[in-house]
Design a protein around this ligand. Structure first.
Ligand code: ZN
Ligand code: ZN
Length: 246
């Protein structure tokens, strides 16, 4: 994906929306609680996102304030549950997974798939996700996986059978390959197959931001569907095979 100008506008902290911690596993009610990189807070909610980003000031690195181009990396701020735009130098400071428990984590740039161990439709049904396109991310602070799907609100949290998720992860290691807070598992169920990818979490936010702008009517309308199709095409083009288990 190209870095969408104004990404961060979709990531503003919510207005008092942080009480969403679900008490019972697998019973998260459907609600407009978008995925936060680091907590159940809802950074997409409350963003006004009135229109395209034209006229926005040039983006700068939010860590050191140098200007960055339209394509740049992002760093998850686990304290504020936001993504920060980062210049290359700052991005590289936070790529070491061993640096793990700090405030910032660089969002990886890898895309993975595992064509040798695809999910089938019955397995997808076990997860009890009510939509055909969803992404799943594990927050280290929340300590569990949440499922989200594109909607008029940008993204909406969906129910997810967490036990089924863990069980399927045994047979499909790709589901467990996403790094906490900064990567998501994207699942797209079509008529013919169930596609799974590990993707950077910032592209999920970009997709959510576009859905918020484009969504019309019950099913999103032609523009939103086209945008999703382009997003999936980009993910397929970038995806590399998950390395086989040693
Ligand atoms: Zn910087
Ligand atoms: Zn950015």
């Amino acid at each position: 994906m190209t870095g969408q100008p104004g990404l961060r506008r979709f990531l503003q902290p919510p207005a008092g929306a942080s009480g969403a911690s679900p008490a019972s596993p697998g019973a998260t009610p459907a609600a407009t609680v978008p995925a936060g990189p680091g907590s159940p807070a809802a950074p997409l909610r409350g963003a006004t996102a009135p229109g395209p980003a034209s006229g926005q000031p040039e983006e700068i690195c939010e860590l050191c304030a140098v200007p960055v181009g339209p394509v740049h990396g992002h760093v998850a701020d686990l304290e504020r549950s936001t993504l920060a735009c980062a210049c290359r130098a700052c991005y590289l400071l936070f790529t070491d997974p061993g640096a793990g428990r700090g405030r910032y984590r660089a969002v990886p740039e890898r895309y993975l798939r595992d064509t040798s161990r695809p999910l089938d439709a019955a397995e997808w049904a076990e997860l009890d996700v009510p939509v055909g396109l969803a992404f799943f991310l594990r927050s280290s602070r929340r300590g569990q996986v949440g499922g989200f799907y594109p909607s008029p609100a940008g993204v909406t949290e969906c129910t997810l059978d967490l036990e089924a998720w863990a069980r399927l992860g045994q047979a499909h290691p790709l589901l467990l390959a996403a790094e906490d807070d900064v990567e998501a598992v994207l699942v797209n169920r079509s008529d013919t197959e169930v596609e799974c990818f590990v993707v950077p979490v910032d592209v999920c936010y970009e997709l959510a931001g576009r859905m918020r702008l484009l969504w019309q009517g019950f099913d999103g309308g032609a523009e939103a569907r086209q945008s999703i199709a382009e997003f999936l095409g980009s993910v397929r083009a970038r995806a590399r095979e998950l390395a086989p288990e040693p």
